[in-house]
Design a binder for this molecule. Structure first.
Ligand code: ARG
Length: 561
């Protein structure tokens, strides 16, 4: 049941405006006591030649509906107050009938590749890659809920001149056993050392370039090392993905497109959009823009070239309706160029490409930089979060079954939720203590709230009581505020999916949890009276929606904690 639509339907015969226009004009009164919806009569003043307050009065006097407890003019507004019982009844009935499918809707269909995570091999996965992973994953779940078929693609950074350097570094300082033991840590160590040493011994850079050339030419030793680095890195990354509960549909990284670039370059040339500029091959991007580099003066391809080949390949493979790139804001220009070049090639589907950027994570106010070795090791972050969760559980609920699993869900959930609760484009400073805080606006707070609801249901079962909809006459304000939030859920999903913005769901989950906790503090749920089953229905509906909200964020909801 959609009360806003109901308001539109009621108003439509009374006002000389199309329904969409009416819907767009409807507001939420600032003060909830004044009603739940307000229609501003200013919009009619011109055509009706009356003052808005008079118009509001006139309209209000003609309307009545059982769905609304009151419809009245307040100044220049027609205010609608929802019939509380009706909203509570309708909403709980819907949630309990649809369960985890509550909020499912059809806003679109078709394949949507989501380019996400995409870390670089032989380097630790950065906080930026973590953000891309969890944001991409949540967008994927949300798009699925509204009808699309998301395809999660990990565009691994597994090719480029840096691998020449890494091979050179390994040849100088590498120890096979060390790499086998802790691949990323050690490969990364060699890489950092290489950069340091190269400052004083520039001939190292020359060596790096030579090894890259060998790699490109298929030299067996170079290829073997590169493959080995890729393999051990991937194993490490997959461990982190497993912790996070994120899977991918494709791991086709940059290297996969090595042999798919030449046809793109030929096509650019045939279409006459490739120009020579100081020895390099570029595409002009318009008067005020720098040209987009396609081939460097030394003949090697660049990141953009690989992305062009990948985009065209994905269109052929998936025939997508839109494609998303969940990549940090600092690469915005790259995606402008990618879309721009595709458009110049005549590919109008480039318009369906969305760069979904996110803000920068700093530490102590400083930018994190892999090259300088100033990194956060995600493995460690997740481990620390889980062990902090474990401690909390030992304190609060030492007899809990599945302690390990719950600690994992809570610790990892804290990290994910922390990452998703702010608008994705906000920058934030990374502070582990902050991330694993369990009170306030955190994932564990939402999880605790859900576990509390589940605990009430368990206690009720022991009293032989269960949620039931037959006697749904709840009329207190606390129930209403929870039910109203539950009724909002489908709209929240729609908005989050349109804006590719998981924080809308995270903020919603916090709000619903807060409202439920107020309800819990003020209402004796398990009192044995004729409304006990209705109250349990509200508890169950809340748990369903909290669990589903967390699922859409990629966070598990333990039933007990
Ligand atoms: N590997 C890149 C990096 O770490 C991110 C790749 C993003 N995806 C893409 N299709 N360009 O910066």
């Amino acid at each position: 049941m959609n009360f806003k639509n109901e308001v539109v339907e009621l108003l439509a015969p009374q006002v000389d405006l199309p329904k969409e226009k009416i819907a767009a004009l409807i507001e939420r009164p600032k003060n909830e006591k004044m009603g739940d919806y307000a229609f501003p009569a200013f919009a009619l003043a011109k055509t009706m030649h009356k003052n808005p307050a008079e118009i509001a009065k006139e309209i209000a006097s003609q309307l009545s509906s059982a769905d609304f407890a009151g419809i009245q003019a307040v100044g220049p507004y027609v205010n609608f107050a929802i019939n509380h019982e009706k909203l509570i009844n309708q909403t709980l009935t819907e949630v309990l009938a649809e369960k985890e499918h509550y909020g499912d809707q059809k806003l679109g269909e078709g394949n949507v590749p989501i380019d996400m995570s995409s870390p670089n091999i032989a380097k630790p996965m950065s906080m930026g890659h973590l953000r891309s992973t969890v944001i991409g994953n949540s967008i994927s779940e949300t798009l699925k809920k509204v009808g699309y078929t998301p395809i999660k693609i990990n565009f691994l950074g597994d090719y480029g001149t840096q691998f020449g350097k890494l091979i050179a570094a390994y040849k100088h300082w590498g120890v096979e056993e060390d790499v086998k033991k802790d691949p990323i840590m050690n490969l990364f160590k060699y890489y950092v050392k290489f950069h340091k040493e190269a400052e004083e011994h520039p001939e190292l850079d020359e060596e790096g370039r030579a090894w890259f050339k060998k790699l490109e030419d298929g030299d067996p030793e170079a290829v073997k090392l590169w493959q080995w680095f890729r393999e051990v890195s991937l194993t490490d990354f997959k461990r982190i993905y497993k912790e996070l509960g994120v899977t991918f549909d494709s791991y086709k990284g940059e290297a996969f497109f090595n042999d798919k670039m030449q046809p793109v370059i030929d096509e650019l040339r045939e279409k006459g959009i490739l120009h020579e500029s100081r020895g390099a091959q570029v595409v002009d991007m318009g008067e005020d823009e720098n040209p987009a580099m396609i081939i460097k003066s030394d003949g090697t391809s660049v990141y953009l070239t690989r992305d062009l080949a990948a985009a065209i390949y994905r269109m052929k493979t998936y025939n997508f309706v839109k494609m998303l790139y969940v990549v940090g804001n600092e690469q915005a220009q790259h995606f402008v160029e990618l879309k721009g070049v595709l458009k110049k090639m005549g590919y109008n589907w480039a318009d369906t490409i969305n760069h979904v950027p996110f803000g920068l994570i700093t530490q102590n106010g400083k930018k994190l930089s892999t090259r300088k070795g100033n990194v956060v090791f995600l493995d460690q972050v997740l481990k620390d979060a889980v062990s902090l969760a474990q401690k909390q559980i030992e304190n609060k609920n030492p007899d809990l079954a599945n302690k390990k699993q719950v600690a994992h869900d809570v610790g990892v959930g804290a990290v994910i939720f922390h990452d998703l609760k702010n608008d994705r484009t906000d920058n934030f400073d990374f502070n582990l203590d902050e991330v694993v805080r369990f009170e306030g606006e955190t994932g564990p707070y939402v999880q605790y709230t859900n576990a509390r609801a589940q605990s009430v249901l368990r206690k009720a079962a022991k009293l032989n009581q269960a949620p039931d909809l037959t006697n749904l006459n709840l009329s207190d304000d606390w129930s209403f505020s929870v039910a109203k939030a539950l009724a909002d859920f489908p709209r929240i999903i729609a908005r989050s999916s349109e804006k590719f913005e998981p924080s809308i769901i995270a903020k919603y989950a916090l709000d619903l949890a807060k409202k439920f906790n107020k309800y819990y503090a003020n209402i004796k749920i398990l009192t044995n009276d004729e409304q006990i089953n209705a109250r349990l229905a509200l508890v169950e509906a809340t748990s369903i929606v909290l669990t589903e909200s967390l699922r859409l964020l990629g966070v598990n909801a333990p039933k007990e904690m």
